[in-house]
Ligand binder design. Structure first.
Ligand code: NAD
Length: 477
């Protein structure tokens, strides 16, 4: 069972007007799951017109009424989570339990923004002019163009769509063409919950062509993107031409600092859990391991043991703890980084190669003694690879941790609070996890600094992203 693929434009699930499209593959088997229609230019124009019309009505709809629909959509997603999870595993590869959990988290996000939309408070500012009232009103920014990637096919659209709709915006979503079924399943839940037509449109196509067309339209007032840094920069440039607001959730290369006061046996499963979740294709995945000298050998050995004990396979099979990579590009990219590190002197302790020749499986990999010159210490691996180095000087290791253009997530593991405080204060990162790796919740802000992007999703910041302030001053007439 796989989701029926379609565009969703102006309240209708339909095919593209010019018959273009592409095949969607299962990364575990390389079998075709379905044919995804592409939107033509006129389909995109229809989505823009529909989004603009719907925005005028949706912003006038009370936050309470909007909340009722978003809340119900969340309930439907939760009740359908097994089926939607199955769709996700088939198109993306992650183990079914992870996929079902992601759908439930997405349901949470919709319900959280259902509530938060009611709290788009403005304020009254005491006036210096007699007989004058000064008010700040919060208004939805307008039609939102949202672009989401393939690694979290439910949560990335949920964060954008729920925030936008909760704030009173309409949204044109372009999910990844590699994982379209999950986003369509979320759209169907919203439709079944009573979302008026045009408040959400879902389109697919050649990503660069779709984004160029949508961003050229004056109807779009906000652009939100999750994906790689080069694409984020390109979209920011396009948005600048129309002075559109942007939220950019881009790549990361998260340092993880392990101090010698930790109980290695206790922290390894926590960190390895974070590393190999979704086969490492996570923007906040721990990716540069800096381990203090005294515990380095023990850490490398226990971590490697944990990695080699993971059960890799088709995510639909019972007991599988790591699925395939989501597409063939990742196999080549990861393999290149691993070979480069080995050529430069890194020691492979486990994995380091593709598994089999059907499906995009890459073995959980650990590289020890990785020199700074290895590309993997600078380039985001976005795969199941853990490169490790030992350290002895805290200032040096902090400099390394902060030495890249990335600034999304960072981690520290220590039992001493002064070390925890020093590291969390000193790390140039939008998110810091101390002694655990769970950084993303509906109610907490998520976003990076430096080239990892700007703006936030999640939390009150994730509503603010879709609101603008209007100042009204009124003198007694
Ligand atoms: P990519 O840069 O080609 O694409 C990344 C995502 O952006 C895809 O979902 C794609 O559909 C979309 N995209 C690409 N060009 C676009 C455009 N011009 N307009 C709108 N959307 C566009 O790379 P990829 O091979 O799919 O992924 C590789 C890299 O992307 C990874 O190494 C990682 O750095 C990054 N990535 C990051 C995240 C994240 O959560 N931040 C998610 C997926 C990929």
């Amino acid at each position: 069972m796989y989701e029926e693929l379609a565009l969703y434009i102006d309240g209708e699930f339909r095919q593209g007007s010019e018959g273009q499209g592409e095949r969607v593959l299962n990364p575990a088997t390389e079998d075709e799951l379905g044919f995804l229609p592409h939107a033509s230019t006129s389909d995109l124009d229809a989505a823009l017109d529909s989004g603009e019309r719907a925005f005028q009505e949706w912003k006038e709809t009370s936050a309470y009424e909007r909340a009722g629909i978003l809340w119900k959509a969340g309930e439907l997603m939760r009740s359908r989570s097994d089926d939607i999870g199955r769709t996700m595993t088939q198109e993306q590869g992650k183990p079914l339990a992870e996929a079902v959990m992601e759908v439930k988290v997405s349901a949470d996000i919709f319900q959280w923004y259902a509530e938060e939309g009611k709290r788009a408070y403005g304020r009254i500012i005491p006036s210096r002019l007699p007989g004058t009232r000064q008010m700040v009103l919060r208004e939805p920014v307008g039609v939102v163009a949202a672009f989401t990637p393939w690694n979290f096919p439910a949560v990335t659209p949920a964060r954008k769509v729920a925030g936008a709709l909760g704030a009173g915006c309409s949204c044109i979503l372009k999910p990844s063409e590699e994982t379209p079924g999950t986003a369509l399943a979320l759209a169907r839940a919203l439709v079944d919950a009573g979302l008026p037509k045009g408040v959400l449109n879902v389109v697919f196509g050649k990503p660069a062509e779709v984004s160029r067309h949508l961003l050229a339209s004056p109807k779009v007032r906000k652009v939100t993107f999750t994906g790689s840094i080069p694409v984020g920069k390109e979209l920011t440039r396009l948005a600048a031409d129309g002075m559109k607001r942007t939220t950019m959730e881009l790549g990361g290369h998260a340092p993880v600092l392990i101090f010698d006061d930790v109980d290695v046996s206790k922290v390894v499963p926590i960190i390895a859990g974070g590393k190999y979740r979704n086969a490492g294709q996570v923007c906040i995945s721990p990716t540069r391991f800096f381990v203090q000298e005294k515990v380095y050998d023990e850490f490398v050995s226990k971590f490697s043991e944990h990695a080699s004990g993971l059960k890799m396979g088709n995510g639909l099979e019972e007991g599988v703890t790591m699925g395939p990579l989501a597409n063939r590009r990742r196999i080549d990219a990861v393999d290149e980084l691993v070979s480069d590190a080995q050529e430069k002197g890194a020691r492979l302790t486990t994995g380091g190669e593709r598994a089999g020749n059907q499906g995009y499986f890459y073995k959980p990999t650990v590289l020890a003694d990785v020199p700074d010159e290895a590309r993997i210490m600078r380039e985001e691996p976005f795969g199941p690879v853990a490169p490790m180095q030992s350290w002895s000087d805290i200032d040096e290791v902090m400099e390394k941790a902060n030495g890249l253009e990335f600034g999304l997530a960072a981690y520290a593991f220590t039992t001493r609070s002064e070390r925890a405080a020093r590291v969390s204060d000193g790390l140039q990162s939008g998110l810091v996890g101390v002694n655990h790796c769970a950084l993303s919740f509906a109610e907490t802000p998520f976003g990076g600094v430096k080239e990892s992007g700007h703006g936030h999703e999640g939390g009150i910041e994730g509503l603010d992203a879709y609101l603008t302030s209007k100042f009204v001053t009124q003198m007694d007439g």
